[in-house]
Design a protein around this ligand. Sequence first.
Ligand code: 5AD
Length: 347
Amino acid sequence: MRDLLDKLCLQRWLSREEWRTLLARRYDLDREALFARALAERRRWYGDQIYVRGLIECSNICRNNCLYCGIRRDNRHVSRYRLDRDTVLACCEKGYGWGFRTFVLQGGEDPGLTPDRVAETVAAIKARWPDCAVTLSLGEFEREVYQLWFDAGADRYLLRHETADSVHYGKLHPPELTLEHRLGCLRTLKDIGYQVGAGFMVGSPGQTADTLAEDFCFLQDFQPHMMGLGPFIPQKDTPFAGEPAGTLEDTLILLSLVRLTLPRVLLPATTALGTIHPQGRELGILAGANVVMPNLSPPAARDKYTLYDNKLRTGDEAAEHLAGLRKRLAAIGCTVAVHRGDFPNHQ
Ligand code: 5AD
């Protein structure tokens, strides 16, 4: 085990068999030593600066029916909304004043959020705040649409691959969604020139050491610039309502393995991690994460954008309490960076 970890730190690459072995026995790893190595790696690239992103939840309307997700099409208990352009701009305006230099527009695959409408919003943000980055997280589209948004000024795109095992992918999604198509989108995004984020939930139903091995093989091969990794949390109106949530320990172990595999990756300590443990995000940062994404959405939208139950939406999670977040980060020796926070050396 120790040898495998040494090999990973040296070569940043393991074979599928090695990943299977390491991941099957990940609870036997010396956690203190593992987290310390991941933390050292994070500090080598980013020091103690934590990058913040203002998250704007643009729409909770979704044409998809992913089994884990609270805003899935068949969930009749969701009160649906879509933010208009001026509302999004007002969120950015506030966020800019507080020090945010990246805005993440995230939403369901909402047919009403047309490509032109998104492009106009992106262009308006970039015209008004040219020193800011715009990240989109709106799901799967054709190349032409991704290109349109890139040309409008979008810098980054988050599209979690959810699992790199196609059988597991089929258990999490309805049949019309395929791993092949998702990976095709990720490759297209990279090809266009976006900084691209992949990712998956920890403890999603059906996840095993073998499916995780596929994830790590995919990561070392695809080399995403960003990587979203947080615990699965059941949502009461989904088919996975009765499934257990992913754990803090497992999320921390996997975060540190991601940092050691992809040393420069932009790796958030997610809201979901903060939701399952009051100190979740700080612990994530101490295990190698270097990004946090406070919520900039209008409060009414926050309450309706419920991918999972008990989501944090006030307190230090909320963007308006950046001072609170700064304090929490200071307690673990970190500061908030006031700049775009790009992937190092991205052309
Ligand atoms: N628990 C945790 N994360 C979830 N996501 C969706 N539903 C849940 C859930 N129940 C994650 C997915 C998606 C991202 C936006 O949120 O990984 O890609």
